[in-house]
Design a protein around this ligand. Structure first.
Ligand code: LAC
Ligand code: ZN
Length: 475
């Protein structure tokens, strides 16, 4: 289909063009659109897109972008729908471009230790395919079963191993994307070193579908670790956390890959919900719990080092209690307490979900101040703090007062004012979407925001790609 043939004609022409590009079975419109394309996982953001299109390959993505852009219809790329900031919600009347049919792992290249995948591959499938070839794709997060590589890259996903291997950005070696005018830009490089000009790939990573639509990626793999040590620690307070992290990182000689914090409320709630299945690994009631994991290559030596490290930490009073996973079943149980939260939170809807970063030293002040501030205004709110301490990343889930339509904006203001005062970021890993757009100025300067706007303007002058996300409307 040539976009010139479509021109600025009516919606039935656009529909026909879309059908001819991807086939009638892969276009839905208006009332034929399933609910899952209209809402997000927290059921907080929703809209009425006019079209859902499911292309099979990059050429189809490009053709869809051309005809939609030509008809002046906005395009929102959609991955596994696990985002929590409204980034995958189309404007009303817009087009959802779902990557769900582009799920091929195209290659695992052992020599260059890379894998090449289509954007719609679920993270877990990519992980499993790396594993089957003797590698690890270190990106990992609770939503691994549904989240897709394209979405992970478009949001620069973080997760539970950033401490050791970095965020999605750090695993992207090559990228292919479709720009706002349908141009396919492709640099499926497998080299770690490639300084030939501007790194446009890095612009697209984390751009939340506003600068281009990611269609393929080359990801960096590492040799698969063969031994895993996991432990749950109880602490008497937050105070020893920085020293504990420092000591363990040093002691475990580069093997520490996760250092996850859970405040007691979260630990008690999440481990309590599983009591029919397993007893708690450690009793509830300590102020703070830390889930740590090392990945190494020598089971006997690694375990010895792990035990020694933990004993030393206990002797020097940094930890109160510790339990080491004795089996894969233990390990899964520990991780479920930390990771498997979305169903548990469902009865508490509506929720406000935060994802902030700040210096480790400021975390207790943040927790204390926001807890006091929120409970002062909403004494019945349930608050759960947890996070990826190794990365300075904290999450807070706050149940909202259903009877107060202003509840969320009040809680937002309490939290983000505190983040600003402490010099932190309003988004560590979830992105901005629409949910945090109005607060981006709490973290970014006006000069930075002007630079971002010029980039958006240069790449998408007609504001076709996922409009309304990331940048607040101009005043
Ligand atoms: C987590 C997601 C919410 O850390 O970022 O569980
Ligand atoms: Zn997280």
């Amino acid at each position: 289909v040539n976009s010139d043939q479509v021109g600025r004609t009516g919606s039935s022409d656009l529909l026909a063009s879309l059908q001819s590009i991807v086939g009638g079975a892969n276009v839905f419109s208006h009332d034929g659109i399933e609910e899952r394309y209209c809402t997000d996982v927290l059921r907080k953001h929703s809209s009425r897109p006019a079209y859902v299109v499911r292309p099979a390959d990059t050429q189809q993505v490009s053709a869809v972008v051309k005809v939609a852009a030509d008809a002046g219809v906005t395009i929102t790329a959609l991955g596994g729908r696990t985002g929590v900031v409204g980034g995958g919600i189309s404007p009303d009347g817009g087009l959802i471009l779902s990557l769900e049919r582009m799920t091929r792992v195209l290659e695992v290249d052992a020599a260059s230790m890379t894998m090449t995948v289509e954007a719609g591959v679920p993270l877990q499938i990519a992980q499993e395919s790396a594993d089957a070839h003797g590698f690890i794709l270190p990106l990992d997060l609770g939503a691994r079963g549904s989240a897709t590589i394209g979405g992970n890259i478009a949001t620069n996903a973080g997760g539970v191993r950033v401490l050791r291997w970095g965020m999605a950005r750090d695993m992207v070696l090559g990228l292919e994307a479709v720009l706002a005018d349908g141009t396919v830009v492709s640099s499926l490089s497998k080299s770690l070193k490639d300084n030939a000009g501007y790194h446009w790939k890095d612009l697209l990573v984390g751009s939340e579908g506003t600068l281009g639509i990611i269609t393929r990626a080359v990801l960096r793999l590492r040799p698969r670790p063969s031994s895993t040590q996991t432990a749950l620690l109880a602490l008497r307070s937050f105070e020893p956390v920085p020293e504990l992290l420092r000591k363990l990182e040093g002691r475990f000689a580069g093997q520490l890959s996760s250092f996850e914090l859970m405040w007691n409320d979260l630990y008690e709630f999440s481990s309590g919900a599983r009591l029919q299945v397993r007893p708690r690994p450690l009793p509830a009631g300590s102020p703070l719990y830390v889930l740590i994991e090392t990945l190494g290559s020598d089971a006997v030596r690694d375990l010895e080092l792990f035990q020694t490290g933990l004993e030393e930490a206990q002797e020097s009073g940094l930890i109160e209690d510790a339990v080491i996973a004795q089996s894969e079943r233990d390990r899964t149980h520990f991780w479920d307490i930390r990771d498997d939260l979305s169903e548990l939170f469902r009865p508490l809807f509506p929720l406000a979900a935060f994802d902030i970063s700040l210096s480790l030293a400021d975390m207790p002040a943040f927790v204390e101040r926001t807890r006091a501030g929120i409970l002062h205004e909403f004494p019945d709110s349930q608050l759960f703090y947890y996070g990826h301490a190794g990365d300075g990343n904290l999450h807070l889930i706050a149940s909202l007062d259903r009877n107060d339509p202003e509840a969320e904006s009040k809680v937002d203001m309490t939290v983000y004012s505190c983040v600003r005062a402490l010099g932190g970021s309003i988004s560590a890993e979830h992105g901005i979407g629409t949910a945090k757009r109005e607060f981006i100025g709490f973290t970014r300067t006006p000069q930075e925001l002007r630079l971002m706007r010029s980039i958006k303007q240069a790449l998408d002058p007609r504001n076709i790609l996922n409009p309304g996300k990331v940048l607040p409307d101009l005043q």
